[in-house]
Design a protein around this ligand. Sequence first.
Ligand code: ZN
Length: 392
Amino acid sequence: MRKISANYIFPINAKPIKNGVLTIEDDGKITELSDMSENSETSDNIEFYEGIVCPGFVNAHCHLELSHLKNLIPQHTGIVGFITEISEQRNVADAAEQLRLAKFYDEFMHAQGIVAVGDISNNDLTFELKKQSKIFYHTFVEVFSRNESEMNKILQKNQTIVDYGKRLGLSISPTLHAPYSMCDKLFSEIKLRAQQYGILSYHNQETQAENDYFENNSGDFLTFYEKFKMPDNPTPTGKTAIHRLLENINKQTKILLVHNTFTSENDYDFAVAACKNITWTLCPQSNLYIENRLPPVEMLRRKNAKIAIGTDSLSSNTDISIIAELLAISEKFKDITLAELLTWATINGAKALGKDDILGTLETGKTPGIVLIKNVDLQKMKLTEKSQSVIL
Ligand SMILES: [Zn+2]
């Protein structure tokens, strides 16, 4: 049994407790959360930390298998330039090196307090390591192809990977990549399969070019399809890209809409009318890396959107750090409190992955992982450039 205290404990489901004391069993289960006055007789046994203690973080969007692409893709290329680079660099390292770096970053994530990850996989490279990991992963097995003739082969491969993950005991389901990267038939088939699992993750409106393409068949994707000899769909819909997924969706499906950098208020209103269970998953560092732009945080907050935080992969981020993601937002949107940011990074991600029964808050009976955030400005209650997180 351990007793852990800090300048402040943020339970997330309740107000921060100054000098709070958290009691946990050896298996990490919380048995009590109280203040110091109730622990005066046992104060010798209390581990005290300078900083803030909160529940383990949930990284709601990552691609662990792309960890070998760190520092290889230039910044600010826009999404079309980025996808071009990824397709050229995807296999610069051999499988053993890819696996070595995936394992390194799995341990790296856990050390800084990430206890659950919504992870996109296009192959099964990381499955054995996920099985061994201290982190809970939900794996979304992603597909894309604009080429209808490849469809059966791709569907079969997706099924084989999902089945293999299930045999290993992973939490796993099929998912769609993005509106611009899939032909109609593949899109409909995977959407159907994902809805049967009740959960999907989807790259939404990461670039203005997505909206241009679907609204009026213009923009950067036309050049992209031409360059890679991909079939184009010449019928403009007059609707933004978000409509492609959400029209005729099962309203109860849990959906992680990832990025949303070019999502308007109208798009938001349409989305929440179409589906009751959307988590707006923001990866600000990745958006700055690729498009040099942040998502519409003010609009999402005004609408009371359920927001979660992802790091995306190291192909479009200089680091895998929840603190860095939160700092990128709090430096631009200064009125957001630390408590609100931590809600996004903990319980909202846990709910999105269906793990809020054990993760996301410091409540008795849960095993959420205990995180210390050091070097916080405790007067202003703000993260600083020096803030760091560590699992306790
Ligand atoms: Zn992604």
